[in-house]
Design a protein around this ligand. Structure first.
Ligand SMILES: Nc1ncnc2c1ncn2[C@@H]1O[C@H](COP(=O)(O)OP(=O)(O)OP(=O)(O)O)[C@@H](O)[C@H]1O
Length: 267
């Protein structure tokens, strides 16, 4: 709905995803612009996570093309795929950390594929990522089971940032966090996106997140991206699900909260 900037880092055209006879996406199109935070919403089972996995190369679409940073994933050679995969990071809901590795070792895992990095460099880079996500230095020595849910998410984000990606994919980053922890995590994502120029593809159910940090929102419904636009634009979309999502009681509470935050900043 908003005017399209010319610099799409992700272009999805005509994508179909299905499991057996269950058609999840059909003729799905989406563009993600460089440096934006895109929030992907939709009812349960509309295929938000499947879309994330498809774009992040973890699942093959049955049809359609996905171009990331200029590379068509369906025609890319093995080497091109590896090169492009190094330019994005993925954070799953629970952090998806290896339980037998410390936080630092988890963050080091993606770096091991980079030739020529000494052990000391890898360790120093991992510690840098750990501090960038707001974890205390000592968290690097801890195992995932020794961390709170919020710290595990931060550790997952540190691992997603391991290779200085251009794009991060976040699957429900604030799910399971208390409201203060969720708001802190929102600000962390926004700060990293703005300071590093990161493009963020973020699947969420969290209306506060949409208000606080998303530049645009993409709504999944009827097996496709039904509409994209700013929060303001979502409020005037005439579609039953979109209307009830953005005008329901939770949406009103999130809007009131966002307005009070903005008013507070003006004090
Ligand atoms: N590996 C799989 N095999 C079979 N069906 C799958 C698989 N992965 C996902 N699905 C189905 O695809 C549909 C979309 O799943 P997905 O997890 O993407 O939904 P979602 O929009 O992220 O849902 P939620 O908001 O509940 O997390 C669901 O019906 C799900 O059961």
């Amino acid at each position: 709905m908003t005017d399209a900037p010319s610099d799409a880092v992700i272009t999805v055209r005509g994508v179909r995803n299905q499991f057996g006879t269950h058609l999840v996406h059909d003729a799905l199109d989406l563009d993600v612009w460089r440096g934006e935070i895109l929030g992907v919403v939709g009812g349960s089972g509309t295929g938000k996570s499947v879309l994330l996995r498809t774009i992040a190369g973890l699942q093959q679409p049955a049809a359609g093309t996905i171009t990331v940073l200029g590379t068509d994933l369906s025609t890319a050679t093995e080497d091109q795929r590896k090169a492009i995969e190094a330019r994005w990071g993925v954070m799953f809901q629970d952090g998806a950390l290896f339980s037998s590795l410390t936080v630092r070792e988890n963050v080091e895992v993606p770096m091991r594929s980079v030739p020529g990095l000494s052990r000391e460099t890898v360790r120093a880079l991992a510690d840098l990522k750990i501090s960038m996500v707001g974890l205390p230095y000592l968290a690097g020595d801890k195992y995932p089971s020794e961390l709170s849910g919020g710290m595990r998410k931060r550790a997952g984000l540190a691992r997603a940032l391991a290779l200085d990606p251009d794009i991060v994919f976040l699957d429900e980053p604030t799910a399971g966090l208390d409201p203060i922890g969720a708001a802190d995590f929102d600000q962390l994502i926004k700060g990293l996106s703005r300071s590093l120029g990161l493009t963020v593809f973020l699947v969420t159910h969290d209306l506060d997140t949409l208000h606080a940090i998303c530049d645009r929102i993409a709504v999944l419904a009827e097996r496709k991206v039904l509409v994209t636009g700013t929060m303001q634009e979502m409020l005037s979309v005439d579609h039953p699900w979109v209307h009830s999502y953005f005008h329901g009681p939770r949406a009103r509470a999130a809007l009131d909260h966002a307005n009070s935050q903005t008013a507070g900043k003006g004090d």
